[in-house]
Design a protein. Structure first.
Ligand code: G6P
Length: 480
């Protein structure tokens, strides 16, 4: 795709991510509506807006996006859709992108780093996998070429996540003058698990990231795992040209506190209070319907709580918000169905005319999530593995009365929040049920104190600082 920028307009700071800050949907009247994206990655990267001469490169992800790109000059989205940020959206062939995104990124790399395979039968790296891998390479090349076109001499480029592991190496070849960083928002697999991948693919992924001047992670645990994989796959000297960094991503306190007191959130609190019922406690969980989030075991633990502590029957409701995610993949659709089935089973086994033990909402609604955060007595965050988990950080920031946090030790957030959470092994149903009981029984004073400390820890690294620290660290590498 030809760039429409003149030399003077080249960017000094660039971000690349598969999902961009805005997406387009077609309205009923046929018009295209731009919607700002949410989530940790987007909120952290939005600090790029403060940088003059910046550009954000992302992929078109659906038909709405593709149409918007075709209308936009050179793939640059209209400023009124992006809050003024220069965004170049890449119109990569839909099948090629789907093979790379659904096939490699979400069905292989996500599975490896979250250790989700049922290994007696999976994974199977066959010719279909090799075909999809060629698409992954093509997508990464499209990003590298666009970045090479957009970047000014010596510009800093921050490449995001497992969709774009090959970009740093490809970009380094095209533009040796650039400062390149790569950031992983996921956990990183330990070497024995990472080496499920065919040797050449494992090496290509690591060498791709090592094309960067700096590779960064959300916690020291994931950074150490990456370094161990490099040593195991590529040899002990492979890391010499790349610095390793750790940047935890915190909650955006100012934004959340203001947003959580808007009228639409207050309205939803009224509805949720009615769903919970007078005098009952609320256990809240909010996730994408994502295999690694462990929603089914969270429900099983809640059922076990109702079994072993019958005093909680009719006294508690689990509000489970499970928002659709990656529905092109059968395994995600099956998981969504399993979540619904288990919730219904609990309701039919324990429910009474005046009490629904599990209230499951599947329609994504950020205002309702914030309303639930404010009302929660207990937040359940029990992922199998998670790069960070921002829900665990957002709840204490907006909680009205203080909220006890049940937290998996396998979430990145555990490193910062573990001291004031009730920590669980995410596979242990009995242990999680007991943790729910402890959390529900916590005296109000202790709950409020812990919530205050959790909120302080959760906001220690605001998203803007997360972004700027990475940029500064890259620039320092150059000056040293
Ligand atoms: C994780 C990844 C992000 C991704 C997000 C949503 O947080 O680290 O890169 O954007 O999930 O997933 P999706 O597949 O919808 O982009």
């Amino acid at each position: 795709m030809a760039s429409t920028q003149g030399a003077a307009e080249k960017a000094r700071v660039l971000v690349a991510s598969n999902r961009g800050p805005v997406s387009y949907a077609r309205e009923e009247d046929g018009s295209l509506r731009a919607r700002r994206g949410g989530g940790g990655l987007v909120s952290g990267l939005s600090a790029i807006g403060a940088e003059a001469d910046s550009v954000w490169v992302c992929a078109a992800l659906g038909d709405g996006d593709r149409e918007a790109v075709r209308r936009a000059a050179g793939g640059l989205l209209p400023a009124e859709d992006t809050g003024g940020q220069r965004v170049r959206m890449l119109d990569i062939d839909a099948e090629v992108h789907s093979d790379a995104y659904n096939g490699i990124a979400n069905s292989v790399l996500w599975f490896v780093h979250h250790m989700l395979y049922q290994t007696p039968v999976e994974p199977v790296f066959d010719t279909e996998f090799r075909r999809q891998w060629a698409s992954y390479e093509a997508c990464n090349r499209a990003f590298a070429e666009a970045l090479a076109e957009e970047a000014a001499d010596g510009a800093a480029v921050l490449v995001q996540d497992y969709h774009l592991c090959l970009v740093p190496g490809m970009l380094r070849e095209l533009r040796p003058d650039l400062l390149i960083g790569h950031f992983s928002h996921t956990p990183w697999a330990p070497p024995d698990y990472f080496r499920l991948l065919p040797d050449d693919i494992a090496a290509a992924l690591l060498n791709g990231i090592l094309g960067a001047d700096r590779a960064a992670f959300l916690t020291a645990r994931w950074a150490d795992a990456f370094a161990s994989c490099c040593a195991a796959v590529l040899g002990p000297d492979s890391l010499t040209g790349t610095a390793i960094g750790v940047h935890g991503l915190g909650a955006d306190a100012d934004f959340l506190r203001e947003r959580a007191h808007a009228p639409d959130v207050e309205e939803r609190m009224t509805v949720l209070r009615a769903e919970i019922g007078e005098g009952r406690k609320a256990v809240v969980r909010v996730d994408r319907t994502e295999l690694s989030k462990n929603i089914v075991r969270g429900l099983l633990a809640y059922r076990r709580l109702l079994d072993t502590h019958p005093e909680w029957r009719e006294q508690v409701v689990q509000l489970a918000f499970a928002y659709p995610s990656r529905q092109d993949l059968a395994v995600y659709r099956d998981y969504t169905a399993a979540v619904q089935r288990v919730a219904e089973e609990i309701n039919s086994a324990y429910g009474t005319p005046g009490w629904t033990p599990v209230v499951l909402h599947v329609k994504d609604d950020f205002a309702r999530s914030l309303a639930a955060y404010r009302l929660a007595d207990v937040a359940l965050v029990n992922p199998i593995r998670d790069g960070m988990n921002l829900v665990a950080k957002e709840v204490p920031v907006v909680s009205d009365q203080g909220c006890a946090l049940v937290l998996s030790r396998e979430a990145g957030a555990y490193e910062e929040l573990g001291a004031d959470a009730i920590v669980v092994n995410p596979y242990d149903i009995e242990g999680t049920a007991q943790a729910l009981h402890t959390a529900l029984s916590m005296p109000a004073g202790e709950r409020a104190e812990r919530t205050k400390r959790l909120a302080a820890a959760a906001t220690a690294l605001p998203p803007a600082r997360w972004f700027l620290d990475q940029l500064r660290a890259l620039e320092e590498l150059q000056s040293s």
